[in-house]
Write a protein that binds this ligand. Structure first.
Ligand code: GDP
Length: 710
């Protein structure tokens, strides 16, 4: 990329850059995400991309809290990405819609929502750390959702950065099919990049001056660099020759002894084909903070990641002619109200259009379409296939909904995002009746924005319960309720969501309910069985005939209500299938009475069955300075963690362990203080374990004693 061209790009104003978007043909679009472990450098890489593309005039810094994509106050204060932010900009005449996703495990659902609409992703790695815990999670998600990837090994300027070790960690821990297309020049420190496909080297005079570089063709006089280049180019050609006969033929007939002369075009074409078919992961490197290697990363996004018309996206649709849109995100804008982000999968959408939400079975009107640049919105009149745009005016649409041109029989809704069970919760109460209205409004907005939040009513206490995915998720929610929505309310301590489940299959049991209410007698009988199941849900079977749909619904409601409170300690049930084998009603009882009777009978049934308490568990990964290892291991032992592995040598050690979620509340700040900030923690909920009988009593006294966890 020549310098003059870059400078010209930088001087372009943003409105000039985006004006072309609505008319883009889809081969000139890339919808990509930046995915990685927290702190790998996603936001810095995004910022550097925007700078090089001329979309911003000065590069912001995460540490100064002035980057484009981390714009929420909670993100800027913590220096982390919480919401995936969308930015659209141009590079080499192609429109890039880029989503900077969060790297913290509590926001995995946010990453999955973004991956649903992307055609490709850039995985950023810290070159001194290699593959980290959350890299594995997002990599698995990208595998599941068929998202092709390229890898940017970042932080090559950092002491301890090791390109070869990072590539090895990709191969070993992710079984990635790595295709190295660039390698770093390390003379004492990181000073340049070799482009293996084009046979050029870019060298920086001063690492702190991103413009002080020159790019020249590599020659044999470059000695060690030349040898590395020839070795890696031969490897790249052989890898591609294994996949494509034309590359094998060219190699064998013309270039076996002239590797350096192998033309770049067929390599780029075959590699992009291999990436799209999940046979290759191109590896690049650089330093986002020093602004090195990012232009070639942008070139590679265009060369190797698919455009919408070439994409493997799992959002496959039948009707290619009319509008099909997928809503993947809703944010509440201070001025515009709810803004819905959609990917246009086919057809087009225009400002003022009437559209149909197939998931909610409701018509909607588009007030205005926008292209988005983090928190800046630019109005456009139309968006076509392949584009990612924001819409205002939609009243019902939420994340995972499918939008159509009109209500038609051929409409087929796309799969919604899967949301795991939340494991943390707290009670939340408004101070006054007026505040209650404000609180309800705020919770409605938050749920529409973030589908991983659950709000429940405690049927015993009548309290509102807010459930979330992790401690950081809960902390940020509480912060937003108090500071952003300025709601005055009492928020209880964060607690762990224990569950109860059935230990074994039950016998068929018969129950009856006889009550007289306002001089009318209600006689209801039912026979039930219950079975343990593998999925984390409640399954209900009511394969009985001769009941009306209303009564069937009342029975289901009753069973679900009864399952909210288990017989051991009143925790909600999971992994249970309840089957209604027989149902008889001698009176014409209203739905409310039927539901109440079913709750009563099902709870009696549960009290006779064999249940246990389940406790959510967490996988723990800690990267620590070796001189803090003993302190880290001691604090894990105090938390009843089982340590499975300690590895790494010299400065950094990696500890893997597992512990109950309840023990991990507040552990992140404890670890920070004992390690003086020299340890990184990743926690991921990994399932549930049965609480032993002796621990049940401890748990009971802890809960009855009202001990807060925070
Ligand atoms: P994210 O959590 O993946 O978005 O990572 P950030 O972009 O927020 O960066 C995390 C930290 O790493 C910040 O302190 C950055 O300044 C720093 N950082 C990012 N890129 C580089 C790099 O290329 N080299 C070095 N040495 N530090 C970097």
């Amino acid at each position: 990329m020549n310098l003059k061209f870059l400078k010209n790009l930088r001087n372009k104003a943003f409105h000039v850059v985006i004006r072309k978007h609505s008319n883009e043909v889809s081969s000139k679009i890339r919808n990509i995400g930046i995915i990685a472990h927290i702190d790998a450098g996603k936001t810095t890489t995004t910022e550097s991309m925007l700078y090089h593309a001329g979309a911003i005039k000065r590069m912001g810094k995460v540490d100064s809290g002035n980057t484009v994509t981390d714009f929420l106050p909670s993100e800027r204060a913590r220096g982390i990405t919480v919401q995936s932010a969308a930015v659209s900009f141009n590079w080499n005449d192609t429109c890039l819609n880029l989503i900077d996703t969060p790297g913290h495990v509590d926001f995995t659902v946010e990453v999955e929502r973004a991956l649903h609409v992307l055609d490709g992703a850039v995985t950023v790695l810290d070159g001194s750390r290699g593959v980290e815990a959350q890299t594995r999670t997002v990599w698995r998600q990208a595998d599941k959702l068929n998202v092709p990837r390229i890898v940017f090994v970042n932080k090559m300027d950092k002491s301890g950065a090791d390109f070869a070790a990072t590539v090895l960690s990709l191969q070993e821990s992710l079984s990635a099919k790595t295709f190295i297309i660039q390698f770093p020049v390390m003379t004492n420190e990181f000073s340049g990049l070799v482009d293996i496909v084009n046979g050029t080297v870019s060298k920086w005079q001063a690492i702190d001056n991103p413009d002080s570089f020159c790019t020249v063709a590599l020659t044999e006089e470059d000695n060690i660099l030349w040898k590395n280049y020839i070795g890696l180019k031969q490897k790249l050609i052989e890898q591609l020759a294994d996949l494509y006969d034309d590359i094998a033929n060219m190699y064998l007939t013309e270039y076996t002894d002239r590797i350096d002369k192998f033309p770049s075009k067929p390599l780029v074409t075959s590699l992009s084909h291999a990436v799209k078919n999940f046979n290759a992961i191109p590896i690049l490197c650089g330093s986002a903070v020093k602004d090195i290697g990012v232009p070639s990363l942008l070139d590679s996004v265009i060369d190797y990641l698919p455009s919408p018309d070439n994409s493997n996206t799992n959002l496959s649709i039948k009707n290619k002619d009319s509008l099909v849109g997928y809503a993947f995100k809703v944010v509440h804008h201070k001025r515009f109200g709810p803004v819905v982000f959609i990917r246009v999968l086919s057809g087009s959408i225009s400002t003022g259009n009437k559209i149909f939400n197939g998931s909610k079975d409701h018509s909607e009107t588009v007030s205005q379409l926008y292209t988005v640049f983090a928190d800046e919105y630019k109005p456009i009149s139309k968006a076509s296939e392949g584009q990612i745009v924001a819409i205002t005016g939609l009243k019902f649409t939420g994340t995972g909904d499918t939008l159509f041109e009109k209500n038609a029989e051929a409409n087929e809704n796309l799969a919604p995002v899967t949301i795991p069970q939340p494991v943390y919760f707290c009670t939340i109460e408004a101070d006054t009746q007026t505040e209650l209205k404000a609180l309800n409004r705020c919770l409605t907005v938050l749920i529409r924005e973030d589908p991983s939040i659950r709000i429940k009513m405690d049927s015993n206490s009548g309290q509102t319960i807010l459930c979330g995915m992790g401690e950081l998720h809960m902390d940020i929610l509480i912060e937003r309720i108090k500071n952003e929505f300025k709601t005055n309310c009492y928020i209880g301590p964060i607690q762990v969501a224990y569950r109860e489940t059935l230990l074994e299959k039950t016998q068929r049991c018969k129950f009856s309910y006889n009550r007289t209410v306002l001089e009318k007698t209600h006689n209801i009988e039912m026979e039930l069985t219950a079975d343990p199941i593998k999925s984390d849900d409640i399954s209900i079977s009511t394969k009985i005939t001769d009941i009306t749909p209303e009564v069937r619904m009342a029975i289901k409601d009753g069973i679900l209500q009864a399952c909210q409170s288990g017989p051991m300690m009143g925790f909600p049930l999971m992994r249970v299938k309840i089957s209604v084998r027989k149902f008889k009603m001698t009176s014409n009882s209203p739905k409310t009475i039927v539901t109440a009777a079913v709750v009563n009978m099902v709870q009696e049934f549960f009290s006779q069955a064999n249940f246990c308490v389940l406790e959510p568990m967490m996988d723990i990964e800690i990267v620590t300075h070796s001189n803090k290892l003993d302190l880290v291991l001691k604090s894990l032992a105090q938390k009843h963690a089982t340590i499975s592995e300690v590895k790494g040598y010299e400065i950094e050690r990696y500890v893997s362990a597992r512990a109950p979620v309840s023990e991990m509340l507040g552990f992140a700040s404890k670890l920070r203080s004992i390690s003086s900030g020299n340890a990184d923690l990743t926690l991921e909920v990994c399932g549930y374990e049965v609480v032993s009988n002796e621990n049940i009593e401890t748990l009971r006294s802890r809960l009855i004693g009202g001990v807060s966890y925070k």
